[in-house]
Ligand binder design. Structure first.
Ligand code: CIR
Length: 254
């Protein structure tokens, strides 16, 4: 959690056309921009060096930089988002990562969205989903081995967009999970903090150094975390939630 850097991308005006499950209205550009700015400010405030890349109008979902790549202090891995409208985001982030990392690997084949990847202290969990397939997960496991890390494939519950839509690391030993992910076979030895049924969207939380960033409006989850002695900070997410996104999606961190 001791990140020092974060890479973000400004939302494009086309973010109003971002992918979403359902036919409800998308967010307004200005509202997404406001939530993005609050997020960037919070990361800076927590001591990270925050770089914000220019918007990409051709890619409505490109503000969610977590999906086309995976980064560690020791190197980066280019992924391949499963939604056809997002595939081109990889070519856009690749040169940026080449400038910042000595080692940039690539999965090469299949599909993986970064939102399906949970890094735990002992392994990297890859949730198979509508966006992440077996071929991509196997290719990612091979790339992770190249960085000295172990990857393991797990299942994302039906109806959950990304694996991390339903879980997030709280500390070295604890993972917050939605009730559907409260499963002994998924998280190895990690302790599971099961979120209340009516606060499931809180699961896409983000630990930065000593603080947990969490969406606004989840008082029960905040209390559960604060009772563990961990500070929380709530950020507005109601607009990005309209296009199925949460806090982890908006940055790459290392
Ligand atoms: C999508 O469907 O791809 C975007 N509208 C939301 C992506 C959210 N990303 C994430 O959870 N890592």
């Amino acid at each position: 959690f001791d990140f020092t850097h974060a890479l973000l991308r400004s939302p494009a005006r086309t973010v109003t056309d971002g992918l979403r499950d359902g036919d409800h209205a998308g967010p307004a550009y200005a509202d997404v921009a406001r939530e993005h700015a609050a997020y960037a400010a919070a990361l800076k405030d927590l001591g990270l060096v925050v770089e914000v890349l220019p918007p990409l109008e051709a890619y409505p979902d490109s503000v969610f930089v977590e999906d086309p790549a995976l980064v560690f202090g020791e190197g980066a891995i280019l992924l391949n988002p499963g939604a056809p409208t997002r595939a081109g985001e990889v070519g856009e982030i690749a040169p940026e990562l080449a400038q910042r990392f000595d080692h940039v690997l690539s999965i090469g084949e299949g599909h993986v969205d970064g939102g399906d990847v949970l890094v735990t202290p002992s392994e990297v969990l890859i949730g198979l989903s509508a966006r992440t397939d077996r071929k991509g997960a196997n290719a990612l496991i091979a790339a992770l081995a190249g960085l000295g890390r172990k990857g393991r494939m797990v299942a994302t519950p039906p109806g959950v967009l990304h694996f991390k839509t339903g879980c997030g690391m709280i500390d070295e030993e604890t993972v917050a999970v939605i009730p559907e992910l409260d499963d002994d076979n998924l998280f190895g030895r990690l302790r599971r903090l099961v979120l209340p049924e009516d606060e499931k969207p809180a699961a896409n939380l983000l630990r930065i150094r000593d603080t947990i960033l969490i969406g606004e409006g989840f008082p029960k989850t905040r209390k559960l975390i604060e009772d563990m002695g961990i500070e929380t900070r709530a950020l507005p997410v109601s607009e990005i939630a309209k296009i199925d996104a949460g806090l982890s999606c908006m940055s790459l961190r290392w």
